[in-house]
Design a protein around this ligand. Sequence first.
Ligand code: CNA
Length: 280
Amino acid sequence: VSEDTRPDTLSDRSISAVADLIKSGRAKRIVVMTGAGISTAAGIPDFRSPKTGLYHNLARLDLPHPEAVFEIDFFRNNPRPFYVLAKELYPGNFHPTISHAFVALLAKRKLLRMLFTQNIDCLERAAGVPPELIVEAHGSFATQRCIDCKNPFPDAEMRKCVESASAPNCFHKGCGGLVKPDIVFFGEQLPSTFFDNATVPQEADLVIVAGTSLMVHPFAGLPRLARDSVPRVLFNMERVGDFGTRADDVLCLGECDDGIRKLADDLGWRDELEKMWVDL
Ligand code: CNA
């Protein structure tokens, strides 16, 4: 949209106008959509950032192409690269960021309708976002099962295998199939919670998107589901998806933690946010 187009809902396309909307009580069903970019400040590489992203660094794993690490057919023949990566990403090794804590603060203030995350690091849960308000669209490391017989595999055994970067085999009645965390590989169906909640973005009165390239479908389609007059705020290094095409889109480009701190300042929530984060 051109600079001159007047927004329908916000007073102007700025973070302070978004803060005013929340403070006025007109945004009570906030839907948040996140990706790997909200966890990079925690030390977890994203996929696509040049030089630091996982795709750039997977070359050392001797893969035919970087995406192969998340392809089920490749995994069946050679699960080792995935487990090398899993060892690095495994939950428990990282601390949530201020952006994660902000989502937990929205929930604490009863303003969070739902968080849709593509992340598999479980940092939303670690930040205290209530599990019933999280849709882990690409699954998580929280549970795991055999790729053949689908029986679950115990957490403690899994942790040991991930720590040694070795692929576990299913114990179930001599099955011996490979065990994989319940994270969604390319070509696999998303969890039913994603589809059960797929209409929730239409109920939003404010949408916040943070740290995602919006390249992976069907997740990438979620921000478009917001009704036209609903403000959509993007906290990201770069412009992504169709952000900027609607009159009430607000682009906050740069580190998402910086943008989130600015929003928290404008809301008068900064001290509470920093305290929540430090106490995690
Ligand atoms: P992506 O494609 O790597 O995109 C990340 C986006 O975030 C890019 O647009 C970056 O510019 C941006 N970005 C990176 N760091 C920051 C920052 N500090 N502040 C603001 N913006 C930043 O990742 P997506 O999540 O979009 O891709 C979807 C994949 C990534 C999902 O399937 C995830 O499972 C997968 N993934 C998850 C994790 C994790 O759980 N932490 C890590 C790596 C990949």
